[in-house]
Design a protein around this ligand. Structure first.
Ligand SMILES: C[S@@+](CC[C@H](N)C(=O)[O-])C[C@H]1O[C@@H](n2cnc3c(N)ncnc32)[C@H](O)[C@@H]1O
Length: 272
């Protein structure tokens, strides 16, 4: 997805991004923050911060540290700034591309990338930027929604998109974990690299009260191709009547896999 389209999608989502999948977003954030093993004086950078959910989970731990959130979306940044307006935490939120920030080398003890990598045309650039920003021994952690994408309802959606010739929605919805680990292992920059790379899978069932709430979530995450309104209307009509998508009680239940990649920044030749 191009940066302008990402910014536009999340400007349009506004507060719907967070409210459309609160539990999912918070579970992913709390697990990610746990892997960063923050201590109270740490400086934390959140790349692709959205409305500041990772910072919210980190804030209680960073009593004497700081947090910087980076995002392309003006509206998400405003939501983040509002969220922490009265918070004691030293924090700021800047509008920049997470793959090429103006932040100094080695300025963070921990860097988080919450549900952001699949939006990037070159996700490795964001991981590389995280490595550049982290101090030696610092921690980097990232979450992505894994495959099968949003369980059976998500796979039905992908199937219908493919059948209509949209081979791959604009966001690369499915992210292969082995690929993510390979990307992480190739992240050398400034003599430093990601080490002890691990990937974990967290699987939970989430549900949306009705089809419209589920569809709103897909839109808020930028998971629906833009400028294809007629086609999407047809697909929505089709899915609304599909019992593999909507349960008899009207709810949409999805078994969601969250992949959590975590690593430590180290220096020197990995083979020595
Ligand atoms: C799905 S939201 C995730 C928000 C938050 N990190 C979370 O854990 O809920 C993705 C966010 O990443 C931002 N984003 C995507 N690509 C970006 C990039 N290259 N630079 C900065 N922000 C980016 C989007 O604007 C959006 O706010």
């Amino acid at each position: 997805m191009r940066n302008e389209d990402i910014a536009e999608a999340f400007n349009l989502s506004g507060p719907d991004y967070e409210s459309s999948a609160t539990e999912l977003i918070n579970l992913a954030a709390s697990e990610l923050i746990e892997r960063l093993q923050l201590s109270e004086t740490d400086d934390f950078i959140d790349l692709g911060c959205g409305p500041g959910i990772l910072v919210a989970h980190a804030a209680t731990k960073l009593t004497q540290g700081s947090a910087v959130g980076v995002d392309l979306s003006r509206v998400q940044l405003e939501l983040a700034r509002d969220r922490f307006r009265r918070a004691p935490l030293q924090q700021r939120f800047i509008q920049e591309d997470a793959s090429a920030t103006s932040l100094p080398n080695r300025s963070a003890d921990a860097v988080g990338l919450g549900l952001v990598l699949p939006y990037a045309e070159r996700p490795q650039q964001i991981l590389k930027e995280a490595t550049r920003l982290a101090r030696l021994g610092g921690r980097v952690a990232a979450t992505v929604i894994g495959s099968p994408f949003l369980g059976s309802p998500g796979m039905r959606l992908l199937g219908l998109l493919e059948r209509r010739g949209v081979a791959w929605p604009e966001v690369e919805l499915q992210f292969d974990p082995r690929h993510a680990v390979q990307l992480a292992l190739l992240c050398e920059i400034d003599g430093r690299r990601l080490d002890d790379v691990t990937i974990e899978e967290i699987e939970r069932e989430f549900w949306w009260d009705n089809f419209d709430a589920w569809w709103r979530m897909l839109r808020s995450f930028g998971f629906l191709p833009s400028g294809r309104d007629q086609m999407l209307e047809n697909i929505a009509r089709n899915l609304r009547e599909d019992d593999r998508v909507v349960d008899p009680d009207g709810k949409v239940r999805c078994a969601v896999k969250i992949w959590l990649l975590s690593a430590t920044v180290s220096e020197g030749d990995p083979w020595l």
